[in-house]
Design a protein around this ligand. Structure first.
Ligand code: 2HG
Ligand code: ZN
Length: 469
């Protein structure tokens, strides 16, 4: 007899917590920001507490039903897609910030809090939570932890992992664990927190997060440097890095990216703008002007055609708005968008930009490149208005992705700098990691979830079958 998990969970959690078959809303839980899906689940459980999360994980384990955890559904790699059906466990209703402690410099939060709101809340206490994914207006902190999200400020401040010091997680079966610490330092036992962060909801479901905070920097300023082409912008990045200058962001956008936000931007990009760098700096007020001056001189020497200093918070917000609109604008304007987020060592940024252009030419595809170039983390967006189901078009798209990953690995880079592997990159893992490394990761996954019911089919490729199997 097949189990009606929607019925079982409704009995335990109440009808208001469960989106069941027949509801139009259910399809929303079968999509995320990747181009895949929908994969509608049997039901979605909108949990409000750690107890409810544990109950869902206990009942699903008892009945052998797969569970796919979900934050805000803003992921780009299909990590929240319930590809095997079963239950989507959403933490969107776990919206409380439990504590902001100015003396300890920590904040304790539930996973469903929207990242931008969490930042504003801590800033209200003179504190700073640096990780700033472009989706910060709608992604949730639990999803950021699951994906180890990055963002522009990672250039100076690092990614989510650097700030997660403690976690409460619920495991498949319903057991709840507290791992990590609240202290500035701590080396007691293995670093389980580091293992959970970035595990893409395949190890457990986060129900509480302890974040390390910093004092809010006293002053912030910004320069937008416009270049005739990405080669000039790439050269400027190399020189800025070489001079040891440490702004808090070093964001790049190429001509295609600029053209997609041109009409929406308050700043009027010159017609000949072929690339821009968005460089934000922070620190003591008296240090900012000389630093801006030095950055400006480097950009001018590297052929910048326009430099705009934006000290006023409203101007900075407008420029960030334009930058954050690149990804949604590309998605809106095209029938199909593949969002890659390869990351190469800093010394290889220029070469990666050249190779990406070559791929676009070879496969006759439009490729926009933007993102966190100072980190070597490039958003290579392949956009397509042809029918991507047409085998000939699909073959060109596949060839472009494969080549991009091969070039990345050849330059000693990594497949994903911040979006994770999820479903879309799972089958490319062998390009970068050895069979032994993949096998150890499978064992690690089975330690937390021996029956592979929690977010099955994500991150790790299926083990190749031996001849005798
Ligand atoms: C960004 O930095 C996001 O804008 C999205 O990570 C990137 O669409 C993308 O590829
Ligand atoms: Zn990004």
């Amino acid at each position: 007899m097949t189990v009606d998990i929607g019925e079982i969970l409704t009995r335990e959690l109440g009808a208001a917590a469960i989106v069941r078959r027949g509801s139009e809303r259910l399809e929303d839980y079968g999509r995320d920001e990747s181009p895949l899906g929908p994969f509608p689940p049997d039901c979605a459980a909108l949990c409000e507490s750690r107890e409810q999360v544990a109950t869902v994980l206990r009942l699903c384990a008892e009945h052998g039903v797969p569970v796919t955890p979900r934050g805000a559904g803003s992921g780009m790699t299909g990590g929240a897609l319930p590809i095997h059906g079963g239950v989507v466990l959403s933490t969107e209703r776990m919206q409380r910030i439990l504590e902001i402690d100015e003396a300890d410099l920590v904040c304790v939060t539930e996973p469903g809090v929207i990242t931008g709101q969490l930042q504003e809340a801590v800033e209200g206490h003179g504190l700073f939570y640096p990780p700033d994914p472009a989706s910060l207006g709608f992604c949730s902190i639990g999803g950021n932890v699951a994906e180890n999200a990055g963002g522009p400020r990672a250039f100076k401040y690092g990614v989510t992992r650097e700030y997660v010091i403690g976690l409460e997680v619920a495991l498949m079966g319903g057991e709840s664990l507290r791992v990590g610490r609240r202290t500035a330092k701590g080396v007691t036992g293995y670093d389980l927190v580091a293992g959970f962060v970035g595990s893409e909801g395949t190890f457990g479901v986060t129900t509480e997060i302890v974040l390390k905070l910093l004092p809010n920097p006293p002053a912030v300023s910004m320069v937008l440097a416009v270049f005739p082409d990405v080669a000039a912008a790439g050269a400027a990045i190399r020189t800025l890095l070489g001079r040891g200058l440490v702004p808090r962001t070093m964001e790049l956008a190429d001509r295609t990216s600029i053209d997609h936000v041109r009409r929406k931007s308050r700043y009027v990009f010159p017609a000949e703008a072929g690339a821009f760098l968005l460089i934000e700096i922070d620190g003591e007020p008296e240090g900012l002007e000389p630093l801006l001056g030095r950055i400006g001189l480097v950009c001018e020497a590297e052929r910048a055609i326009d430099l705009l200093a934006a000290e006023d918070p409203a101007d900075r917000r407008a420029l960030w708005e334009a930058r954050r609109l690149i990804s949604p604008s590309l998605k809106e304007a095209h029938r199909y968008k593949i969002s890659e987020d390869v990351c190469v060592p800093r010394g290889a940024i220029g070469e990666m930009l050249t190779r990406t252009q070559r791929i676009a030419e070879q496969q006759a595809l439009t490729i926009a490149v933007f993102g966190h170039a100072g980190d070597g983390n490039l958003h290579v967006n392949i956009v397509c208005d042809e029918d991507h189901h047409d085998p000939a078009v699909a073959a060109r798209l596949d060839a472009a992705v494969l080549r991009l990953f091969e070039d990345t690995v050849a330059l000693r880079g990594t497949l994903s700098g911040e979006h994770g592997i999820g479903l879309v990159k799972r089958d490319y893992m062998q390009l970068e990691q050895s069979a032994a490394v993949l096998e150890w990761q499978r064992r690690w996954k089975r330690m937390w979830d021996p029956r592979e019911l929690l977010n099955p089919g994500k991150v790790l490729p299926a083990r190749p079958k031996a001849c005798h199997e």
